[in-house]
Design a protein around this ligand. Structure first.
Ligand code: HEC
Length: 167
């Protein structure tokens, strides 16, 4: 019986009525590259899940971490933050990732995660370890978020400058 239900769900996917996890993603070509990957109803859902568990909102969305995820609404996620991160590198800010996905193609986004030359505390080692399929899923999720991208977060500043204004 369970097997029949599963087969029915996959048939639905073929008809465009429902999704069928990995099979659907293969059809879209998002499974490029080896390695583990999140399986979800589709790439956008996989990307949403990865953004949530990957902590991206903690630094790229103002108020998210300090309200324990209660704020802001998803329509405001990843628009960049003016909360400063100070350390030996100077001061850095979580960038507006909606603008990043508009500036970069999906392939460029995948490569950026490999290069990972930006400042801390961006977890470059974590995204570098992420499979290509998961990086693509995150890009697709962010790219389709509704709402205007709004402004970029402040430019990073080198160490030794004046202390940052409160975010
Ligand atoms: C602990 C804070 C922190 C977390 C968590 C974090 N980031 Fe970042 N991220 C940053 C900071 C700060 C920068 C800016 C680095 C710089 O100025 O060089 C950045 C930059 C980036 C950039 C480069 C943007 C551009 O336009 O150059 C990308 C892409 C990015 N982050 C993706 C992610 C993703 C995806 C996640 C979740 C998996 C994530 N970040 C989680 C702090 C964070």
């Amino acid at each position: 019986m369970r097997r029949m239900l599963f087969a029915a769900a996959c048939l639905g996917a073929a008809a465009g009525l429902a999704s069928c996890g990995a099979a659907e993603r293969t059809a879209k070509g998002a499974d490029a590259g080896a390695g583990p990957r999140v399986t979800a109803a589709g790439d956008v859902e996989a990307g949403r899940y990865l953004v949530r568990i990957g902590g991206c909102n903690d630094c790229h969305t103002p108020r998210y971490a300090m309200t324990n995820g209660a704020e802001p609404p998803e329509s405001e996620w990843l628009k960049g933050s003016n909360e400063p991160h100070t350390g030996p590198w100077g001061v850095s800010y979580g960038k507006n990732l909606r603008l990043t996905t508009r500036r970069l193609t999906e392939d460029e986004w995948v490569r950026l995660m490999d290069e990972g030359t930006g400042l801390p505390p961006m977890p470059w080692p974590s995204v570098r370890a992420m499979s290509e399929a998961d990086r693509r899923a995150i890009y697709r999720y962010i790219r389709q978020l509704p709402g205007d991208p709004e402004q970029q977060s402040p430019e990073p500043r080198p160490a030794g400058g004046p202390p940052p204004a409160a975010g």
